[in-house]
Design a protein around this ligand. Sequence first.
Ligand code: SP5
Ligand code: ZN
Length: 353
Amino acid sequence: MKTFHNPLHALHQGREEMFRGRMVPCHEVPARLDYVLAELQRRSQGVLFTPEVDDAALDAAIARVHAERYTRFLAGAWDEWVAMDPANAQRDALPSVWPLPNRHGFRNDVLPANFAARLGLFSFDSGSPLMAGTWAAARMGAACAVAATRSVLAGDRAAFALTRPPGHHAGPDFFGGYCFLNNAAIAAQALRDAGMTRVAVLDVDYHHGNGTQTIFYERADVLTVSIHGDPSTEYPFFLGHADERGDGAGVGFNLNLPLPRGTGFKDWCAALERALDAVEAFDAQALVVPMGLDTFEGDPISGFTLGSGDYDTVGRMLAAAGLPTVFTFEGGYAVAEVGTNAVNLLEGFCRSA
Ligand code: SP5
Ligand code: ZN
């Protein structure tokens, strides 16, 4: 399988995230991707590419999913942060005030002049630091998602976008959950734009793919399915329940399969069977898999108990769907094991594909 990555991912390197009133070291670190690369090379799994970027084509692919005022904000955010106070150059930008438009009637139609206010307007948590290289890294990640999509459109059975920062929590106009651009949604939309009439997204990250759900919630042409920790107790808390089925034309085209913290492989697998049944019933022409490895038993911030060997089975089950498949790299914070787990899944897929 071809893997698309870009060394510029390392420009995004947060120092600390807010957790329970304290700043704690970031979980989403560049070494995660390095471990995956090292394992791909060690096991000679596939071929590595760094995509050449056509700026206009990339910006167009991103604009199909994200609001213009949001990407304009991201592109200039670091300079504005430093302009607020030159001392900010030594600190990552984190939001600390949010408009909560749905619940309290705060307005989100007036763009605040104050940068800290805009940082809150375009985000939903204070765990996703933004720094000088965030936009470049996120943009190159999106380029990898587009390149993986092109390789599948050109006839490859599957391709892997080894993206950092991850993407599935990012919505049309907000970042959060360590995510800035929704690489999986960009891939799904690019597949649609290339003529695939029905595209399915099957999110296997521990956390609900709230950004992807929101992006496609009112559409019948992209089925979104997510298997994740029950949001009653697990991040991102405010979306991901089983009764969210879609809206308008999209009713019936979103499926959430929340599972309790502590779920092991047997029950997780039963959920994957249900997810794959939904993909089959939808008659998808292509599949996008936001591939989080934070379902692993050793993950420091998650609560399922999949073992390293189980990812081989996951890969084989995904391959059995028989669809052209784009993988994007999402969570997985047991850093030393994330390479083994990712490549187990990809190898399992390739052996069965
Ligand atoms: C892509 C992805 O997997 N995003 C997950 C974002 C989760 N963010 C909140 C995690 C808070 C966990 N902090 C635990 C610190 C304990 N030392
Ligand atoms: Zn996750």
